[in-house]
Design a protein around this ligand. Structure first.
Ligand code: PRP
Length: 189
């Protein structure tokens, strides 16, 4: 039985287990930030967070970085089935800035099929940036449908439904500090 004391009492009954505790998330983000610091030293780095899941990754990664960066955000919505990405992405909020000649790092919470990021990287490359790379806190390699190079990966996770630290189920649980799995009863299991 997991120690669920880090979960607010109102959510505790919904949580099955803690998959990645807050401390491990922060340690890994600091390591990734050190890699980014080294790789982008002296460059013009623009962090692009993909709303909404990436908000906490973006906030914590950026504060671990020591090189100067700019931040922007995109919001996208995938058409088709609600549980899996169709690969067709509608841009709900585009970048505020031009990216021609700049180094872009897409910041994500999770890469699942890879279709969202595949579309986004192609879209951004058409704007002639100096580079486009991907950083994702989580990846589910077993779910991948396209060959998508993810330069910086926090953790590989199995094909289980995870929430917390930005990830939601029906818009809930994003604010949890840990990455957790939910009791099956929460989603009708
Ligand atoms: C999640 C995640 C990625 C996408 C990954 O976003 O943040 O953007 O799904 O899935 P894929 O690799 O199969 O394309 P979601 O659509 O849940 O929106 P949210 O970030 O607002 O929660």
């Amino acid at each position: 039985m997991d120690d669920l004391s880090s979960i607010p009492p109102t959510f505790r009954g919904d949580v099955e287990s803690i998959l990645i505790p807050e401390a491990d998330l922060q340690t890994r983000l600091a390591e990734l930030a050190a890699d980014v610091d080294r790789d982008y030293a002296g460059r013009d780095l623009l962090l692009v967070g993909v709303l909404k899941g990436a908000i906490f990754v973006m906030a914590d990664l950026a504060r671990h970085l020591t090189i100067p960066t700019a931040m922007d955000f995109m919001a996208v919505s995938s058409y088709g089935a609600s549980t899996s990405s169709s690969g067709v992405v509608r841009i709900l909020k585009d970048l505020d800035t031009e990216i021609e000649g700049r180094d872009v790092l897409l910041v994500e919470d999770i890469v699942d099929s890879g279709l969202t990021l595949d579309y986004l990287t192609k879209n951004l490359r058409s704007r002639r940036p100096a580079s486009v790379e991907i950083l994702s806190l989580l990846t589910k390699p077993s779910r991948r449908e396209v060959d998508l190079p993810v330069r910086y990966v926090g953790f590989e996770v199995p094909d289980v439904f995870v929430v917390g630290y930005g990830l939601d189920y029906a818009e809930r649980y994003r604010s949890l500090r840990d990455i957790v799995t939910l009791e099956p009863s929460v989603y009708g299991g």
